[in-house]
Design a protein around this ligand. Structure first.
Ligand code: SAM
Length: 275
């Protein structure tokens, strides 16, 4: 027992929170598991935690029980809001519930640094938010760390290294300014209802500076073009850039190489040359 609140199955029955596919709802009902995910987010005691998509509140309760100073949640499904208010009553002054779409709401006005982010989100929303959080205009970003549930296949793309099938745009953008690791593996049965695929929790820690200097916009663009046709030689997939062969050579990259063999340091050197 991590708290005195009713078990999640009871919460779901009381508030009639039958999972909706349209909202990507696969709930975590084991509070020991959600407490474990909360611990993977790091020391929360001096932090505000932003949680996206709390649903019936399993992870929210894990975060609060792990000592988070304050938790701010954004949930799109109005049916979940009364259940979340019940949690707020059990943790006075520590839970702020916002009803809305995380892709539209700006939570920054509700948060005080240091800020950590944790979420178990539908796959498409999770990847869109991750890309936004990695692509903030200022670095270090407003958050210290991201602890996010993904399909195992997406988690592998985030931590992949050159030469592997999973290596691509997401690997480079994640690892350029963060340390990224898979901290937990979850089988479909951990969720209600079970999804079709395995899931994994990824923890990304923002580094104070990028590993290698580069202009964020140029790096993002060149990496996107390079991996759009990942089987092509770079001199051909990047031919939109005038003088690309010279730029590749200046960056120490063989113009006949393919994107999947080029490391982060070389992509940063290429972005600098192109800038
Ligand atoms: N965090 C809960 C858990 O672990 O049991 C629920 C996880 S469920 C996979 C995803 C949650 O995100 C659902 O509660 C869903 O309603 C919510 N959600 C989906 N799209 C959202 C969006 N755009 N903004 C905010 N919440 C969203």
């Amino acid at each position: 027992m991590i708290d005195q609140l009713p078990p999640l199955r009871e919460v779901i029955a009381t508030h009639d929170l039958r999972a909706r596919k349209s909202l990507g709802q696969n709930f975590l009902l084991d509070l020991n598991l959600t407490a474990k995910i909360a611990r993977a987010a790091g020391d929360l005691t001096a932090c505000d935690v932003l949680e996206i998509g709390p649903g019936p509140g399993g992870l929210t309760r894990g975060l609060l029980a792990s000592g988070a100073r304050r938790v701010v949640v954004i949930e799109k499904d109005a049916r979940c809001i009364p259940a979340l208010h019940q949690i707020a009553d059990a943790y006075p002054g520590r839970l702020n519930v916002i009803e809305g779409d995380a892709l539209e709401v700006d939570p920054l006005a509700h948060l005080t640094p240091p800020i950590r982010i944790a979420a178990n989100l539908p796959y498409n929303v999770g990847t869109a938010l991750l890309t936004d959080w990695l692509d903030v205009p200022e670095w270090p970003p407003f958050w210290q760390s991201l602890t996010l549930m993904f399909q195992r296949e997406v988690a592998e793309r985030i931590v992949a290294t050159p030469g592997s099938k999973a290596y691509g745009r997401l690997s480079i953008l994640s690892q350029w300014r963060c340390t990224a690791s898979i901290v937990m593996d979850l089988p479909p049965q951990a969720f209600t209802p079970p999804p079709k695929v395995r899931s994994a929790v990824v923890h990304l820690q923002a580094m104070p500076d990028a590993r290698f200097p580069a202009d964020a916009r140029v790096l993002r663009e060149v990496v996107a073009h390079a991996f759009q046709q990942r089987r092509k030689m770079l001199r051909s997939s990047l031919k939109r850039y005038p003088g690309i062969e010279d730029h590749l050579q200046a960056a120490g990259i063989d113009p006949t190489a393919r994107a999947e063999t080029v490391c982060l340091e070389q992509f940063c050197a290429l972005a600098r040359s192109l800038a």
